[in-house]
Design a protein around this ligand. Sequence first.
Ligand code: SAM
Length: 333
Amino acid sequence: MKCLCAVVPREEGENTRLILSDSDNLRTDVHIASDDKFVYLPIISEDGLRYPVQEKELEEIDPPVNFKDILDLPPGLMEQVPNSFDIVGDIFVLKLFPELEPYAKDIASTLLETNKNAKVVAIDRGVKGEFRTRDLEIVAGENRTNTIQKEYGMRYELDLAKVYFSPRLATERKRISDLVKQDEVIMDMFCGVGPFSILLASTGKPTAIFAIDKNPDAINYFIKNIKINKIKKISPMLGDARIRATQLPRPDRIIMNLPHTAIEFLDVAMGAVKKGGTIHLYTIQEPETLDMIKNSIMSLAKSYGRKVSIENVQEVHTYSPSQQMFCFDIFVN
Ligand code: SAM
């Protein structure tokens, strides 16, 4: 089908795609095309575009079929089938209520049939242990848990059964990367396969990023991902953040993305961060208990002789019916 396309240099492609999509000016009925130099983004209107426009032949996208429309389950169970699920690369990750477990294979194969991007469907029985890995069972598709996730123009290779990764943090990672100022030194205390550090480094602003994780698999993938994305100035290191953080240069910004227990490491972060620096502390909690955490932060700062202000409490995403993930942006003086 012939379509009007914005002709965008490859390096600006992902950002422009997001901007066009946010302003409802990106067509979703055809595939995006690209060549060595440019990405061809199908547009609805030329108004306000700062890129040249060209007519191109683009392949049509089949209208999506909702897997629930063709799923056949006994009466009363359809309402329990989730409407949304995590997609990491080509792996679709489902959480099921216990009463749906006997139908896991039917649900997974229908999902596979109706989504051509899905190559593996796995049931997620929870994020567990110190390394925060998912307890996964593959129920349809290929027998593997490794994949490549694309996010804001970056690529992350990972094995979902061996390392932590959540696509639901993508917007939060972008928010933090937008806050980074020129020549910052950054510490990513619980870095996983590197999605915060790599996106932050891709802005070109930090002079150094020190990234720590206790999981050897996460650090190995992180090293691969630095190469894949051709990123410089990041030093990934295996170890316990409690010890490693005290041996590194003082950072301007610390990312503490270990939501259930990060607060137990806040003393180390308070001791390490430069005057005028920022700590991003992630928590999972009921919204009613936000004041309790704010008070703990303030009294811990006092005991360390540091003056802090909580500049922002960011809602990141819903975690359970009663709990949410939050980020406390703490300015430290
Ligand atoms: N920030 C990463 C991301 O966005 O994908 C990963 C976050 S994951 C929730 C937390 C990570 O902390 C895991 O990779 C886990 O292995 C690591 N971890 C847990 N305890 C640790 C510790 N004491 N020191 C360093 N890393 C730790």
